[in-house]
Design a protein around this ligand. Structure first.
Ligand SMILES: Cc1cc2nc3c(=O)[nH]c(=O)nc-3n(C[C@H](O)[C@H](O)[C@H](O)COP(=O)(O)OP(=O)(O)OC[C@H]3O[C@@H](n4cnc5c(N)ncnc54)[C@H](O)[C@@H]3O)c2cc1C
Length: 467
């Protein structure tokens, strides 16, 4: 049997944040995680809120969270009025539910102050590994994407250019690698040239030739960002790369570089590249695997292990046992009949992408415990009319596990008081449409641990000391 204060299920950004925060707070913590998380596909920037659920663009995400809170307050008042007016209690209850469900955004549960506190904690916690930064006025900045579009984000890695209104460069140079197919410089160039902020600024593509990338291919599609990063660890290839970069660009250019540098050795090698070339880089993520996201995951893993956490990596929680309103133990694929027990459980198993939610033709379910999921029926209303619609999100993206303000989910309508849900598995927001994925994951994970810590149960570490 394995006993912990807090057991965290799922090793994406939400799971890691919950596990690190819990371990930092002196709680004996186990993290159980299977497979890759969304970080392997991410830009490595943390999006907090790029636009409101109404589609309105956001400049200051924290001011916008206050707007979400006010909307919730108005809705609650409306729901109370409905209660007073309704002839039958059942009628009032169902109408109240409908009104509340439209605005149950996770940020409202955490609150503006809590969201900001969690993000500043995240930045501080990672500082020694990856020095993320934001704008001095705490507003969003724009990140140039691999497609040459601009995306609002809040926290970016050191070699990401944070665009606001003007681009103070002589020229923009997009670096291509001959023979590497997971980055499309021409698309980036064409789209970037259409953006008003960059009009009048020359944009060109410069191609670097590294013999081992170009000629030594087993199959045209086989070289991934990870392979290039490993090749660049060889001294002659590194020198050729730096020399060509320096020849093709100048120190007052913005040099857009696909993220093919720095795996394992993380930021150190990128810092070295900048020192050796004296160039101003803007790293863009490539097709997966994304080194920029993996860099964050590797750092989070190191921080958790250094803090003394236990990581059951590559294991999967298959189910658990409930007694009354509490989850008492969970079972995993590798530990078979040996249960993992904890005072509190934090679940961060992600969305459809990570199988934290599963869709069948009839319904959307949470597959581990069968927790209650907020969704609409019939299925014909799950998707919008257009597959790619700029201003109309697909409803299914906001479906997920429903929780109360403490992030406790329910099972068959009964609240589970020692289980907390966080991250992409939650209902009430659309991370893609709003651009809020990283922020919600961090804020809700932090909030979940705060709830566990303020619960006065004697932690396992303290019980061990007393026995
Ligand atoms: C392709 C893509 C790109 C994105 N890019 C960005 C970006 O650049 N910036 C940004 O801010 N947001 C981005 N997002 C959104 C954001 O990354 C996600 O909302 C956030 O990472 C979700 O984190 P999470 O920890 O909740 O879930 P996930 O990252 O999905 O992690 C869930 C983890 O739980 C594990 N798991 C699932 N079931 C079990 C189980 N039974 N037992 C054990 N483990 C289990 C999964 O294997 C996975 O590792 C992106 C999302 C996607 C899908």
């Amino acid at each position: 049997m394995m006993n912990y204060d807090i057991a965290v299920i799922g090793g994406g950004i939400a799971g890691y944040c919950a596990a690190i925060r819990s371990q930092q707070a002196g709680r004996k913590t186990v993290l159980i995680s299977q497979g890759q998380s969304a970080l392997h596909f991410s830009s490595g920037s943390i999006d907090v809120l790029g636009r409101l659920p109404t589609g309105e663009p956001v400049v200051d995400p924290f001011a916008a969270i206050s707007q979400l809170e006010s909307a919730q307050l108005e809705n609650d008042e409306l729901a109370s009025a409905v209660l007073q007016e309704a002839a039958l209690p059942e009628e009032a209850d169902s109408r109240q539910q409908t009104i509340r469900q439209t605005v149950q955004h996770p940020y409202v549960k955490v609150g503006r102050t809590g969201v900001k506190q969690s993000l500043l904690w995240f930045k501080e916690m990672l500082a020694a590994e990856v020095a993320l930064s934001h704008q001095p006025d705490h507003a969003n900045h724009w990140r140039i994407t691999p497609f040459g579009t601009l995306k609002a984000t809040w926290l970016s890695q050191p070699h990401v250019y944070q665009h606001r209104t003007n681009a103070p460069f002589r020229e923009i140079v997009i670096i291509a690698l001959a023979g590497y197919r997971d980055f499309q410089p021409q698309i980036l160039k064409d789209n970037l040239a259409r953006i008003a902020d960059f009009s009048g600024l020359p944009i060109r593509i410069a191609t670097i030739h590294l013999p081992s990338v170009e000629h030594d291919q087993r199959h045209p599609c086989e070289r991934r960002s990870l392979d290039i990063a490993h090749l660049l660890q060889q001294a002659p290839i590194w020198s050729a790369f730096c020399e060509q970069l320096t020849e093709m660009t100048q120190s007052d250019d913005l040099v857009i570089l696909p993220a093919v540098v720095g795996h394992g050795d993380g930021m150190a090698i990128l810092d070295r590249l900048q020192q050796e070339t004296q160039r101003h880089f803007h790293e863009v993520p490539t097709m997966p695997p994304s080194l920029m996201g993996m860099r964050l995951e590797a750092a989070l893993h190191r921080i958790f292990i250094q803090a003394g956490g236990v990581h059951l990596k590559g294991d999967q929680v298959l189910g658990g046992h409930f007694e009354g309103h509490r989850l008492t133990e969970v079972y995993t694929r590798n530990l078979t009949d040996i249960p993992v027990r904890a005072e509190h459980y934090i679940m961060a198993t992600g969305s459809y992408f990570s199988q934290g939610l599963q869709a069948s033709r009839q319904a959307i379910k949470e597959p581990v415990f069968g927790l209650d999921v907020a969704q609409i029926t019939p299925r014909t209303q799950w998707g919008g009319h257009d597959f790619v619609a700029q201003h109309q999100p697909h409803p299914f993206m906001t479906f997920g596990v429903s929780t109360n303000d403490q992030l406790h989910p329910s099972y068959c309508g009964e609240t589970i008081t020692n289980l907390y849900c966080c991250g992409a598995m939650l209902a009430g927001y659309d991370p893609v449409f709003e651009g809020s994925g990283g922020g919600v994951a961090i804020a809700t994970a932090y909030h979940a641990v705060e709830q566990c810590i303020t619960d006065n149960v004697c932690p396992a570490t303290c019980q061990e000391a007393l026995s």
